[in-house]
Design a protein. Sequence first.
Length: 709
Amino acid sequence: VRWTPEGELAFVGRADDQVKVRGHRIEPGEIEAALSRHPGLLRAVVVAQEHEPSGKRLVAYVVPAPGSTVDGADLRGFVRRALPDYMIPAVFVVLNELPLLPNGKLDRAALPKPGLAEVTRTRGPRTPQEELLCTLFAQVLDVPAVGAEDNFFELGGDSIMSIQLVSKVRAAGLSMSAKDVFQHQTPAGLAAVVTASEEHAHTSDLGVGRIPATPIMHWLREQEEREQERQERRERGNGLDQFSQTVLLSVPSGVTEPQLTGALQAVLDHHDALRSRLERSAGGEWSLHSSPRGCVTAADLIRRIDVSGGEGHVPGRLVADEARQARGRLRPGDGVMVQAVWFDAGPARPGRLLLVLHHLVVDGVSWRILLPDLASAASAVAADRTVELAPVRTSFRRWAELLVEHAREPKRIAEAAWWEQVLDGPSVMLADRLPQEGRRTRSLVVTIPPERAASLLTDVPAAFHANVNDVLLTALAVAVLGRHRRRGEAGAELLVDVEGHGRDEFVPGVDVSRTVGWFTSLFPVRVDLHDVDLDQVRAGGQAAGRALKTVKEQLRAVPDHGIGYGLARYLRPETRTRLSRRPAPQVGFNYLGRFSAADTGQWAVAEEAGALFDPADAVLPPAHHLEVNALAKDGAEGPELVASWTWNEQALSEKDVRELTELWAQALDAFITHAARPGAGGWTPSDLPLVSLDQAEIDALEAEWGMQE
């Protein structure tokens, strides 16, 4: 304490190093003393660092003795013999030497933040439910092990992977929603809320029959109508017929044609959307109709190509040519939504399987369901076992019906005014309206390597209590708005169409974690960075953090992840006209999430597959002047971020797009730099719903008291 000029005692703080972690008062010196007794250590320092959602966690920085090697598991086991669980460091970081100040004291501010590879397990599971959840976390995240208090999102999880986690948890007999994952985030937190599941009653034909058009189907119909207006002589439906997604898989050696056919048949019979056909009414309205099981024959959809004479190698040109032909065989109006090409390398070598699915029946999440199901079915068929795939609890048909019903809710009707406000106002104009003929598009792929991507997937979102989508979209806004400010367009904002997975639980009890279909949501977002110095963002200083927090809050302000826009824009006649007259965004953005084929075993995505989700050969021109589609792909050296930039040549030149990609990459590097600095990150108003604080007040509190929960 100290005396004030007024003669009062003011509390300054503790004179020792005691910290409070998850309710326990801990003296780091006790842990350092226990570690110092390890024969392989020269020095050890223990500090408390912020760790969402559990507040602070203990991080041990250790310097091995000359000639010694140590790892976190060994050190954790050593100190566990002397200390209680709550004093065991969550993370061990091995350094060659500790950073020192000129006076020889430890420079705590210079201690590096742990990266993904250095984060070892927190405490082990204590209950059967915690043990199960730790195992499922590790499977979905494709990591060796997960502790009971490890954070799903800090380990690289995202909203799409949370759906995979929910599917696995429910398959294990527990009930949990994707919302629970976002609220509790750790195995320990989720173990406290999961319950034994109750089987939903289903009739055998729940997913069979007429499926009303969803908002994204209405959007596609509009795109086709506009393209037909530009090219009136074009035969109706030709462009739409090839609108598809493509995946190239490895096929284990020894697989026979009957086994492959049996596995694909099981998947077709299990997922109703794959058996659907597109129906058009006389007035031009769309719907799907799903046929009963057995109506689609897998043998009719598989084309076999013998590549056994070339030592099993499948030339890229052959794959590309077969992919184009397979797309040409799709006929959604006749119910042909699936095509498969088997490159048979003979019984002794792994082959390849090209799957081409019409976009009306598949999306990014659906592939994460289909590929493990195909692998499971193939294994069962090869072993002459009955194929047993996890149940689909809510059919795509029921989901579509619920959307139509939900569009009539008063809440959604009133929401239309909010969307009108988003679409109005000054926005960045990449180009004037496009000409009616001759639209040409080009694409450019940008790859962020693992050494940078790992931080963007974990450290940066964790520092700001955000998600990867926030980070990537902020970088896009910084690039586009920064370029236009330098050209004298300082007053504009970025109006961007954002794609989401669309599987949010808008009606209690709905479970589409195992449902195949096109669920994508599409909604406009207005990004305003007027108060941010965009030139300073690239330096990685405070402006970078301010930009991230600003965009994060603007995204959080979107009601219910944007599901209401599609309902108002397409499913309600009285609001459809009002919203259709508003200016459409010229930029589109989609983060497809992180893709790991860990559940597919030998049926993994082939290394030579290139882009995982192939958008087809520009059969329908993009709906935007510029579209950015990003994906995190796991590789041997860690995850990498792959972003495909597609643009209209009459709106932007290649030079323009390359400039934007460079600015985008610079902004991402700035976020990495900023997140590694002491005191970076912090809370935003949407993180603190129980108090009324603006960002300036939160920043002031954090500056005075630190970023405590």
